[in-house]
Design a binder for this molecule. Structure first.
Ligand code: BG6
Length: 485
């Protein structure tokens, strides 16, 4: 079977920084099926060769640590094509369709439509694909990949699902969240479901709470206009943070297949407690970094959150009474994405006296990025007199254990789309359910009754009030830059 990946938004950033470098790396390592071509479509007038030349430059920059190979690129470039056109023009897309047929011939082809455009074009693209019969599978599978943001709230996500379903079956739709392509995120599934030792303690009996932090060093920068309509809740929580929560909290699926995995993930979202507006306001706190207001595209006096922390409760047998704290922010102390499983204190503090670590309990720190790995924190007796204790650790580090580069998140996900494995993609009900959880926080945080947003100095763990908020619940944030090196 041959494959065609049609990229809408071919001249955009996502294509040049992520998609094409990922496909190039897959080809270079021999993972990309040999008969795979890429066809770009966007308004910029360009020839095949001009697009190839521009992608060559950007791929050199973004393909990662391995030295760029001219030979591999030249080989790869022969399967790259470009068709200029306007997505709003039926005739232009009809021309694209002709071009695809002339490239594919009569051979059965898996064709993937990748929506790498701004989200306002998703609707028009789906409409035109539908009117041209381009989702028809009589000549091979037809799949569509939809990037985030998938809607801006529950209503728009529902409308987009309805629109997509008018042209494609759910099984043809791949809603991508690049966090699920990260090796260390997929490894959470291995850690939990390929080992027996964690399962007995992975529940309310042993776990006090869970912290999921996605801290970024970068500022909003040139994305001010987008960020003003999204803020940290829509940009990070509805998708990446909830995905991390789902893989941490889900039950073991009966098999590692799309339906079974996604059923279990959705059950987690369904069990998240619904809060009224007052409870929502108390279940989270927000902040904005000093300097955000001077970013281009940001409204004067904007109250948009660039930092957020929320507490979610999962009302099921495993997690009842174990809060999940989710937090993310821009311009924080360091770049780190980590999940901290904070265990309960022992029932009796035998050695509390003289111990410096009084109050600290066991922790499993899953370091998603950078410095991917896992660390288990536990108490050890310090040699010498008395029962002095210190927190020590056992650790597993990807870079120490496995040589070579870790694949970029888009690489496994693109392969999954080609092979038709939707396990790591969001289903329609999953996306809608996530908006149902995040919408009330968006409403509360943008309400005129909300007190003015707390500011934080760049290079911190959010506003000071974030620590106070956590302490008021008898807990402390695990504010550590990557624990592994
Ligand atoms: C994107 C957000 O989805 O994820 C960005 O729009 C954010 O604001 C990015 O910076 C973070 O991704 P990663 O893979 O760098 O953690």
């Amino acid at each position: 079977m041959q494959n065609t990946i049609v990229i809408f938004g071919a001249s955009g950033d996502l294509t040049s920084r992520k998609l094409v470098p990922a496909l190039y790396n897959l080809m270079r390592t021999g993972a990309l099926p040999p008969a795979t071509r890429i066809v770009g479509f966007s308004r910029t007038a360009m020839s095949d060769d001009a697009w190839r030349a521009s992608l060559r430059q950007t791929t050199m920059q973004h393909a990662g640590a391995v030295p760029f190979s001219e030979e591999s690129w030249d080989h790869f470039a022969t399967s790259i094509f470009y068709e200029p056109g306007d997505i709003d023009s039926f005739d232009d897309v009809a021309r694209l369709k002709e071009r695809l047929f002339s490239l594919e011939g009569t051979r059965e082809t898996t064709r993937v439509y990748y929506l790498a455009t701004a989200p306002q074009f998703y609707g028009p693209i789906v409409s035109v694909l539908r009117s041209l019969g381009m989702s028809d599978e009589s000549q091979g599978p037809r799949r569509i990949v939809v990037e985030k943001p998938f809607g801006t709230d529950l209503a728009t996500a529902r409308a987009l699902n309805v629109h997509l379903h008018a042209a494609f079956h759910e099984s043809q739709i791949y809603r991508i969240d690049h966090y699920l392509g990260k090796e260390s995120v997929q490894n959470i599934l291995a850690l939990r479901f390929a080992n027996t030792i964690f399962e007995p303690i992975w529940n309310r009996r042993y776990i006090d709470h869970v912290q999921i932090t996605v801290a970024e060093e970068v500022a909003v920068g040139r994305r001010g206009a987008y960020y003003e309509s999204s803020g940290v809740l829509r940009d990070m929580f509805q998708n990446h943070l909830l995905q991390l929560l789902m893989v941490t909290a889900m039950e073991a699926p009966v098999r590692f297949r799309a339906t079974a995995v996604r059923d279990e993930k959705v059950k987690v979202l369904e069990a998240i407690r619904t809060l009224d507006l007052q409870e929502v306001a108390a279940a989270g706190m927000r902040g904005q970094y000093e300097g955000y207001l001077s970013e281009p595209g940001v409204a004067p006096g904007s109250q948009m959150a660039t930092f957020g922390a929320i507490r979610l409760e999962i009302d099921n047998w495993r997690w009842q009474g174990v809060p999940f704290y989710l937090r993310s922010g821009k311009v924080m102390s360091c770049r780190t994405t980590q999940i901290v499983i904070a265990f309960r204190q022992p029932p009796l503090e035998l050695f509390a006296e003289g111990s410096k670590i009084q109050g600290e309990a066991n922790r499993l720190v899953i370091q998603i990025q950078p410095a991917e790995g896992i660390q288990l924190h536990f108490h050890t007796k310090v040699p010498g007199d008395g029962m002095r204790l210190r927190l020590t650790d056992l650790e597993f580090s990807y870079s120490r254990e496995f040589k070579g580069r870790l694949p970029e998140a888009y690489e496994p996900l693109l392969l999954d789309v080609l092979t038709g494995d939707a396990s790591l993609f969001a289903r329609s009900d999953e996306v809608e359910k996530s908006w149902e959880i995040i919408d009330p926080f968006v409403r509360a945080w943008t309400s005129p009754d909300m007190r003015p947003i707390d500011r934080y100095e760049p290079g911190n763990w959010g506003p000071l009030s974030s620590s106070d908020w956590m302490e008021s619940q008898g807990r402390t944030w695990f504010d550590m830059c990557p624990v592994l090196t």
